[in-house]
Design a protein around this ligand. Structure first.
Ligand code: F3S
Length: 101
């Protein structure tokens, strides 16, 4: 049961989650980060690191964000091999649509 990055990450991209991931399973595009469902080991380390509570275990994803389960898998698949892998914390995006932490 992998962990899922949901809507609150959009335009925020704080990337604190990446710094604690022991299996380097985060990918990014301009909008948000995604977790590789095939590599995630369900360690739970990233959840408490996110300032906007964007990450949930798949079984606990709020109903309104259920589409993010498929979106994480689809985007990781598309981003693999195209430079989307992120393994270090970066300067947060904190764009205009990012909620205050
Ligand atoms: Fe996104 Fe939160 Fe990580 S905003 S980049 S899921 S720390």
């Amino acid at each position: 049961m992998p962990y899922i990055v949901c809507e609150p990450c959009r335009d925020c991209k704080y990337t604190d989650c990446v710094a604690v991931c022991p299996c380097d399973c985060f990918y990014q595009d301009d909008v948000q980060l995604y977790i590789d469902p095939d590599e995630c080991i369900d360690c739970d380390a990233c959840v408490s690191e996110c300032p906007v509570q964007a990450i949930f275990p798949e079984a606990n994803v709020p109903d309104r964000w259920a589409p993010y389960i498929q979106l994480n898998a689809e985007r990781v698949s598309a981003l693999k091999g195209s430079g989307g892998h992120i393994t270090d914390k970066q300067v947060p995006k904190q764009g205009p649509s990012c909620r205050p932490a």
